[in-house]
Write a protein that binds this ligand. Structure first.
Ligand code: DHK
Length: 197
């Protein structure tokens, strides 16, 4: 039962192996398997293979107030990377994972609520850093509760190591996962998690 393999590279960072087997006649039977190089070795992602021809799953990466000041604001807490740097990091990671992202920032609570509502039926996941609204906004929690796919809450700083009022998160009542204190890497880890769900 010979199983020769041919490695193909495709433009969207997926690789594939063609398996050829001899059927009873002389016509080879071929099957194609694809996986993302970022997945654990040997893990085959048939779902991604199936979706190769369709558009990649969309993840919204939403940022709340003052995140536009990243790189300038309290660098001892938030680091020196700017929000543009974070967007680029997310875009690179999404590309590797076969995801598309819609990366946004707003200082307005209502706008963030509207963006979450717009994700319904459009995005397959949300990564959200609601910033200060995390600790105050029932409206953002309610909006997230209208969205069924996975939601990951991200905070650059470790909010639990900071003031008491930052220890409470309304968004955590909805989030499927919470990442805090891992710096801007938290965003890429959230994308990785969504790619596996
Ligand atoms: C960002 C903010 O702006 C704060 O209001 C949050 C969060 C923490 C962060 O760590 O990314 O309390």
């Amino acid at each position: 039962n010979m199983r020769p393999s041919i490695r193909l590279s495709s433009p969207d960072a997926l690789s594939a192996i063609l398996y050829g087997g001899q059927s009873s006649g002389s016509t080879p039977r071929w099957s194609i398997r694809a996986w993302s190089p970022l997945d654990r070795p040997g893990q085959l992602c048939y779902a991604r293979c199936m979706s190769q021809s369709a558009s990649p799953p969309l993840v919204a990466v939403l940022n709340g107030p003052n995140m536009n000041m990243l790189g300038l604001r309290q660098p001892h807490l938030y680091g020196s990377a700017t929000l543009d740097d974070v967007e680029q990091l997310c875009a690179e990671t999404a590309d590797q994972l076969g995801l598309a992202i819609d990366f946004r920032q707003t200082n307005g609570e209502g706008e963030l609520v509207s963006w979450v509502q717009e994700c319904r039926g459009r995005a397959q996941g949300i990564v959200i850093n609601p910033a200060a609204f995390t600790h105050t906004s029932v409206a953002i929690l309610d909006a997230l509760n209208t969205f069924e796919p996975p939601v990951i809450e991200v905070h650059i700083s470790n909010v639990h190591k900071r003031e008491e009022f930052r220890h409470r998160s309304y968004v955590s009542l909805r989030a499927d996962g919470v990442i805090a204190g891992l710096g801007t890497q938290g965003y890429t880890l959230a994308l990785r998690r969504l790619a596996h769900l």
